[in-house]
Every structure is written in structure tokens, then in C-alpha cells.
Design a protein around this ligand. Structure first.
Ligand SMILES: [Zn+2]
Ligand SMILES: [Zn+2]
Length: 347
């Protein structure tokens, strides 16, 4: 348990860490980090309506300093402040679907962001299915009317497949079943990398600087004495990147199992308990036991449950899920976790 300097203690769950060795002071260190990680901040963990303990659903995912907001319910701004993570670089929102308990915070957030001096060219990107975006557009018409709020917003309609492709990260979407159309889950996957072996490079007399950068990029180099060094001489075994999957409200787990295969972290809803399975069916939700079965069948390392109904205690939700899948955490508001690939996993 770590206590951070803000108002309440937060809990970190740390998967076994892959240790990447490199010399402090090596000017080249930024280019050879191998295994980064995802940080998860649960801003709100309640289903449908807030409770005294839980705000409505929103989760922040941070990867190499890039922030992704996953759903943005009413009250999310205050949760951001309470969490201590702040508003900086909050420019991408991914919507799992268009229900009000997942989107109503966008208007307030845009209003706040619009009051600040934002860098030229900066904009708020909102990714969602067509129906979700139509709803958010309607909401933003009120917020932006009369230029009361000035912020550039780009609405990006989601189709299954790759949404974002960055140097070390791919974000893709997949269809899930809930109520209505255009419901999505998201896969965040780091690229696999080969670590730079600093000690071997030193032994071979490769100077710190652009030569090492070329080797990491897969190019051979020629040293001052005329000897040629191939990348294989200084790059270690391929290390698979971390995989994280986020799923919003769903009516069944079928679509999740394949997409979440071997993920290091999986976030799922647990709106109902098995005793109320029929009500879950009626409202297009699943039970804690079903979420746990998806994690088990997909061979994920850690399951995080959210979207918890006021009708149950977190203890009961955990008791039901953990009998099916022991590595289950029932998340509370402002919980923070690290998701990282274990060494040798997937080798
Ligand atoms: Zn919901
Ligand atoms: Zn919903």
C-alpha cells in the first residue's frame, strides 16, 4: 500500500517487474527501454447511478506519458482532481458506448479545458461508435452554443480494427454486445522489443551516441578500427509488449475472450451477481462470475472489475468472481494499478 500526498491512500497492484538494465548517465538510455507499462487510475467505478462511495464510470490509462480517458461520466472532473493526476495532456477520450452514465462528464470537461490557454493546434479527440458520438454531439451543441466554450473537438467514429498506431503502442477496437448499436471494447498493446545490451556494447567498444541508436534501429555500424558490428551482437531476445484490454458494459462475454487472449490486464464490468442473472440479461449486462469466466478462459493475468451496482457490496462481488478467477480485484474509486508484462511470459 502506497500513500500518495493527496487526500486518501491508493492501492497499487504491481505485477512482477521486468528489470531492464542500463547505466545511469548513459546519454542513450531513452532509446533502449524495453518493457514500459500501463498505469490505470479508476476515476469512477459505479454502475448506472453514483453512490456515496463510487462515482460513475471513467478510467484513465497512462502509457509513456500519453493519457487515454476511457468513458467520461458525470463528476469525472472532481475525480481527476482527487486522484492527483490533473488535467494535463488530457486530449483523448474513448467511449465504450453512448449511455448517459458513460458520457455526461464530457460537457463539463470540455468547458473546463476551454477556459484554459491550450497550445495552438491542440484539440479534444472523442472516439466512439456512431450512436455514442451523435449523443455527444447533441450534448456539445448546448455546451458550445454562443461560443461560450471555445475548444476544438474532433469526433472520430470507431470501426472495429486499429484506431491509433504509435511508435510503441497500438490501440484497436472490437465489437461487443450491450444494448443498442456501436458498443466497443479496446485493446492496448505495446510493440515487442529487443533490449539493448549495454555491457556487451561496452565490451565491443561501441561509443555512446548515434552508433548505438543505429544498432537499435536494426542498422549495422562500422567502428573507427574498421570492424563491422551487426545489431544482433548487442540486442537481446525479443520481449513481448504489455497487453491491456478494456471492456465497458456488455451483455455476454463471447466477444471478449478471444480479444483478451493472454492479456496482462483486463477491465470488465460486474454489474450483477449470479443470483440476479435474469435481471442482468434483461438489462444487457453480465455477472461477476461471467466476467471472471472470461478472464479465466482468455488466460489473462489480472482481472479488474468495475461498474459495480449499489445493490451489492464489493466484498460479495469479489467473493463470487474470485471463486472462478482468483486474480480478481474489485476496484474502488481512485485506485491505481500498474499493469506490466512478466519476464518470460509468452516466451
Ligand atoms: Zn453503464
Ligand atoms: Zn450501458
Amino acid at each position: 500500500m502506497f500513500h500518495l500526498p493527496h487526500s486518501r491512500p491508493v492501492r497499487f497492484f504491481i505485477l512482477p517487474v521486468y528489470v531492464c538494465r542500463y547505466n545511469v548517465g548513459d546519454q542513450f538510455q531513452n532509446a533502449k527501454l524495453v518493457s514500459i507499462m500501463f498505469e490505470l487510475v479508476f476515476l469512477g467505478t459505479s454502475a448506472s447511478a453514483p453512490s456515496a462511495e463510487r462515482n460513475l464510470t471513467s478510467t484513465l490509462l497512462i502509457h509513456e506519458g500519453t493519457r487515454f480517458m476511457l468513458d467520461c461520466a458525470e463528476g469525472t472532473q472532481r475525480q481527476i482532481l482527487k486522484s492527483g493526476v490533473g488535467f494535463k495532456d488530457l486530449r483523448r477520450i474513448f467511449l465504450t458506448h453512448g449511455h448517459l452514465d458513460h458520457i455526461l462528464g464530457i460537457g463539463g470537461l470540455a468547458s473546463t479545458l476551454g477556459q484554459w490557454d491550450v497550445p495552438v493546434g491542440s484539440k479534444l479527440e472523442i472516439y466512439g461508435g456512431r450512436w455514442a458520438l451523435d449523443r455527444v454531439r447533441d450534448l456539445m451543441k448546448v455546451v458550445m452554443r454562443g461560443k461560450e466554450v471555445e475548444i476544438d473537438i474532433e469526433f472520430i467514429e470507431i470501426k472495429p480494427g486499429v484506431l491509433v498506431q504509435e511508435k510503441n503502442l497500438t490501440v484497436s477496437a472490437f465489437n461487443v454486445l450491450h444494448r443498442g448499436t456501436g458498443n466497443f471494447g479496446f485493446v492496448f498493446e505495446e510493440k515487442s522489443k529487443r533490449p539493448f545490451l549495454v555491457e556487451r556494447a561496452q565490451t565491443l567498444g561501441i561509443p555512446v551516441g548515434p552508433e548505438r541508436k543505429k544498432l537499435v534501429a536494426g542498422e549495422s555500424i562500422t567502428l573507427a578500427d574498421g570492424s563491422v558490428i551487426q545489431p544482433d551482437a548487442v540486442l537481446g531476445e525479443l520481449v513481448p509488449g504489455t497487453k491491456f484490454v478494456y471492456v465497458g458494459d456488455i451483455a455476454r462475454i463471447n466477444e471478449v475472450v478471444e480479444q483478451a487472449r493472454d492479456a496482462d490486464g483486463l477491465v470488465m464490468e460486474a454489474t450483477y451477481l449470479d443470483q440476479d442473472r435474469e435481471i442482468a440479461r434483461k438489462h444487457g449486462h453480465i455477472t461477476a462470475a461471467e466476467a471472471a469466466a472470461a478472464a479465466r478462459d482468455a488466460n489473462v493475468k489480472q482481472l479488474f472489475l468495475t461498474h459495480i451496482s449499489r445493490r451489492y457490496s464489493g466484498y460479495l462481488v469479489h467473493a463470487e468472481a474470485s471463486t472462478v478467477f482468483p486474480n480478481t480485484i474489485v476496484c474502488n474509486d481512485l485506485d491505481r494499478y500498474i499493469v506490466k508484462r512478466e519476464k518470460n511470459q509468452g516466451d
